[in-house]
Design a protein around this ligand. Structure first.
Ligand code: PLP
Length: 399
């Protein structure tokens, strides 16, 4: 992180971090460098850059100035020494896990991880001889007991997708360190505006940048942040295996991040208001949002989250999938779609979004009702979103 940005808050970091070196043609904004290669007349200089003895770039699969600006901005926001980026959130997650895990190693994680991540734990990692133990997400004692048996890596998300359960990051990181295991946290749902896993004791924090960080549902990207030592290992895996972030997507992420704090604070405000509204409706069987005092781990959420409880909530409508069919098509100011974290409010049943990869039996085992709806609040005016949801529910359940 640049020296002059050391005593500023997240909103300022989102705008300015990573940008000081970018002054091609005196352009005020970060240049999108699409060149794959960099040319050197001086053979010695070329060699020094290639060996990392001098700053500079050689080839686009390894590094790129636009991508580097994005990584520096992310590292500053997460309070990390370094960051490296990927073509998608899943690439960030899989590359991070494959960097450190070997046959015979053991991972302890939660049952409620993102659907794609869950597949890594139930299919791809076991295929290469890694044992994965998935615990009940809200049973901290079970998780601690499994970690204490010994493992290489503890992997958590908080809040989780789609039932927004809260995992005590500091508690799990302490349990992991007691057995010399590494703690990796997927911070996609919180963003560094709301939660700093590294400060809570985690070793690595990663994101699907596709969601809140880029924020406009028009770019796929992933990132992992941590110590220079760990990030260098992950970077090495990625530079060889090739899931690099392209410069245009990096620029789109940088551009989105300029408004990260404004967006996330408004999304938190809207999510809280919608959760409170849904909790008053007789057509709604359950509402899940860590900002509601009735949430199982509301106290932990208050302790480890900083400016709000996130933009995502979920709710179960009476009548299951029939209730979903009655309500969702009647919404006027919302996309029914598989993404989240966009400026537009987005609704999607878990069975077609976060957990589409799972069988109905697997979803049932996770406590995900077929009619559970995930709601990602956008930045629209709060009253308009409530009015829209009220009319959709009232019309939908009329007869
Ligand atoms: C979307 C998502 C991912 C996967 O990210 P992609 O960019 O779609 O590959 C991982 N974790 C969480 C929590 C997500 O919401």
């Amino acid at each position: 992180m640049e020296k002059e940005l050391q005593n500023v808050q997240n909103g300022t970091l989102s705008v300015w971090a990573g940008e000081r070196e970018q002054r091609a043609f005196n352009a005020a904004e970060i240049p999108v460098v699409i060149s794959v290669a960099y040319t050197y007349g001086d053979m010695d200089e070329w060699y020094d850059v290639a060996l990392g003895k001098k700053p500079g770039h050689i080839y686009g699969r390894n590094t790129n100035p636009t991508v580097q600006a994005f990584e520096d901005k992310m590292a500053a926001l997460e309070g990390a020494e370094a960051a490296t980026s990927f073509a998608s959130g899943m690439a960030a997650i899989s590359n991070t896990l494959y960097t450190f895990l070997r046959p015979g190693d053991r991972v302890v994680s939660i049952k409620d991880s993102y659907g794609g991540t869950n597949k890594l734990f139930t299919e791809f990692l076991p295929n290469m001889g890694v044992e994965c133990t998935l615990c009940d997400t809200e049973d901290y004692a079970q998780m601690e007991a499994e970690i204490a048996k010994g493992c290489k890596l503890v992997y958590i998300e908080s809040p989780t997708n789609p039932t927004v359960k809260v995992v005590d990051i500091a508690r799990m990181a302490a349990a992991a360190h007691a057995v010399d295991a590494m703690t990796v946290v997927d911070n996609t749902f919180s963003t560094p505006i709301l939660q700093h896993p590294l400060a809570l004791g985690a070793d690595l924090v990663l994101h699907s940048v596709t969601k809140f960080i880029a924020g406009h549902a028009d770019v796929l990207a992933g990132v992992v942040c941590g110590s220079g030592k760990l990030i260098a290992q992950i970077y090495h895996y990625r530079e060889i295996n090739g899931a690099s972030l392209d410069p245009w997507s990096a620029y789109m992420a940088v551009r989105g991040m300029k408004t990260l704090k404004l967006r996330v604070l408004k999304q938190c405000e809207n999510a809280m208001a919608l959760a409170q509204f849904l909790a008053t409706r007789p057509e709604v069987e359950a509402v899940y949002y860590p900002g509601l005092p009735g949430h199982t781990h509301h106290d932990v959420a208050c302790r480890q989250m900083e400016n709000g409880f996130g933009g995502v909530l979920s709710f179960a409508l009476k009548g299951g999938m029939d209730g979903v069919r009655r309500v969702l098509p009647r919404l006027k100011y919302a996309n029914c779609a598989a993404n989240l974290g966009a400026v537009e409010t987005t609704y999607g049943p878990a069975r077609t979004t976060s957990h589409v990869e799972c069988t109905p039996e697997e979803r049932a085992a996770l406590g995900i009702a077929e009619g559970l709806v995930r709601l990602s609040a956008g930045i629209e005016d709060t009253e308009d979103l409530i009015t829209d949801l009220r009319q959709a529910i009232e019309e939908g359940y009329k007869d």
